[in-house]
Design a protein. Structure first.
Length: 499
């Protein structure tokens, strides 16, 4: 059986806690790997390595940092397929989805390569007689990242490349459900020339997480995961004096107006709801149909959903893979089986789906629920699976009110041909990311990603300008130098003294 250990101080460090976690192949249900679960002492070792490396990395030149990052970007590009294959083997998503994940992570590596412009300061000269004021940004120190199972390569790459480009050192705690991709990312960084200890990877469960949140040498914590855990991370780390960005869960809505291109809306709903098996915080999980278009829209979504090919992620014919664990599969299925009792029309029920030859895999088909009540569990909870709810409203105003009443505010979208309606929507909707005829409005790397309300805890979004600000501290320097002509008597600097 394959074993995944820690990466500390630039080398593999075998797990010493005696605790191991199982990693399964979601397509077969078989345990293929054991991952070391770190003790508090092993977390201390990783933080110590990062702290020691910060002594020199924090004062290294921008040229040195960006040179390594450019080499790192080239290595990641050359190993796209290798990273994607690890993602598929442990998460289950199809290879094309895994490649897309790597590509989105590379966007932030490219942003980090151009960090020189992001770290430029400001200067005001002669604010008073011979007084100048400069504003600069400096790294915060050792940074921890705690990342989720659904994007085991992309989300870490949303964090550590930017953090280390800013001069910080990093301790990554990836999900123990699919840890191998993170380890490869660290090994490639070392191959690119990243000094030992700048990037460390410790695997683990709550023990490792709590150790990072309480550690006195960790200055900042980045997190992506569910809302309950995001709230816990923010509360705990903040109480320990750390700056925190904690991105939580979502219930993303897509408002479809009567004038919309229903074929385009149906295509978007299927790809956004069922892509990556719905295991993404930017998935569209609720479609709000306005007016009389509901029946036609649901029929078009059903027609497309029934054609989706479900199978192992390494099969080129597969368009959707399994869910990551059997427990998660059963939880997702429970929302579908309970939907009818709570008033929904079950248009598609994917709970009985299996794949021939892979009967022990964590399979579930696509489910479509119509006329869902806002009081139902399927609507209120973040399901994190291939379940799409359709709600009906009579007017645009009712639709916006419904969406804004949600405790989540991650992303949302509107489908319409009316520019005026789209403009109102983007101003009136209470969410951090908005799409206009774009179902998954994830910003490009040089804009920041993050939601509102219960989808974000902390003041900073991830990557982009917000990411740079999170991983640096501002400092203002006020300087006054006497004119050289005022040098003490006896010191001749060659300046005339009659001015």
């Amino acid at each position: 059986m394959k074993t995944v250990n820690h990466w500390i101080g630039g080398k593999t460090v075998e797990g010493a806690s005696g605790n191991w976690g199982p990693v399964t192949d979601p397509a077969t249900g078989a345990v293929t790997t054991q991952v070391a679960l770190a003790s508090a002492e092993e977390v201390d070792s990783a933080v110590a390595a990062a702290k020691a490396a910060y002594a020199t990395w924090g004062t290294s030149s921008l040229a040195q940092r960006t040179g390594i990052l450019f080499r790192y970007r080239a290595l990641l590009d050359a190993h796209r397929d290798d990273i994607a294959a690890l993602i598929t083997s442990e998460h289950g998503k199809v290879h094309s989805d895994a490649l897309g994940e790597v590509a989105r992570g590379l966007e932030i590596v490219e942003l980090a390569c151009g960090i020189t412009t992001q770290l430029k300061g400001e200067l005001s000269t002669q604010v008073s007689n011979r007084v100048d004021v400069a504003a600069i940004r400096q790294p915060v120190g050792v940074v921890a990242g705690i990342t989720p199972f659904n994007f085991p390569a992309m989300v870490p790459m949303w964090m550590f490349p930017l953090a280390i480009a800013c001069g910080n050192t990093f301790v990554l705690k990836p999900s123990e459900k699919d840890p191998s991709a993170a380890l490869l990312l660290a090994e490639l960084a070392a191959e690119a020339g990243l000094p030992d200890g700048v990037l460390n990877v410790v695997h683990g469960d709550k023990i490792a997480v709590d150790s990072l949140l309480a550690h006195p040498d960790v200055a900042a914590v980045s997190f992506v995961g569910s809302t309950p855990i995001a709230r816990y991370i923010h509360t705990t780390a903040s109480a320990n004096g750390k700056r925190v960005q904690a991105l939580g869960g979502a219930k993303n809505h897509m408002l479809v107006l009567p004038d919309a291109d229903l074929d385009a809306a149906a295509d978007a709903a299927v790809s956004a709801a069922y892509g990556s098996a719905g295991e993404r915080c930017m998935a569209i999980s609720a479609v709000v149909a306005v007016g009389a278009i509901g029946d036609e829209l649901v029929a078009k979504i059903r027609e497309r959903a029934e054609k989706i090919k479900i199978g192992p992620g390494d099969d080129p014919a597969s368009e959707m893979g399994p869910l990551i664990t059997k427990a998660h599969r059963d939880k997702v299925a429970s929302y579908v089986t309970g939907a009818a009792a709570q008033g929904a029309d079950v248009v598609l029920d994917g709970t009985g789906y299996t794949v021939d030859g892979f009967e022990d895999g964590h399979w579930i088909g696509l489910s479509l629920l119509d006329r869902v009540s806002t009081d139902s569990d399927a609507y209120r909870d973040e399901i994190f699976g291939p379940v799409l709810c359709v709600l009906r409203t009579e007017t645009y105003e009712e639709g916006v009110k419904l969406i804004n009443a949600s405790p989540y505010g991650n992303g949302t979208a509107i489908f319409t041909r009316d520019g005026g309606a789209a403009r109102r929507f983007q101003l009136e909707i209470e969410a951090g990311m908005v799409g206009v005829n774009v179902p998954i409005p994830v910003p490009v790397g040089y804009h920041s990603f993050g939601g509102w309300k219960d989808s974000l805890f902390g003041d900073h979004h991830i990557y982009g300008n917000d990411g740079v600000h999170f991983y640096t501290r501002g400092k203002v320097v006020t300087t006054r130098w006497p004119d050289p002509s005022e040098a003490p008597t006896g010191v001749d600097l060659g300046f005339p003294r009659n001015h």
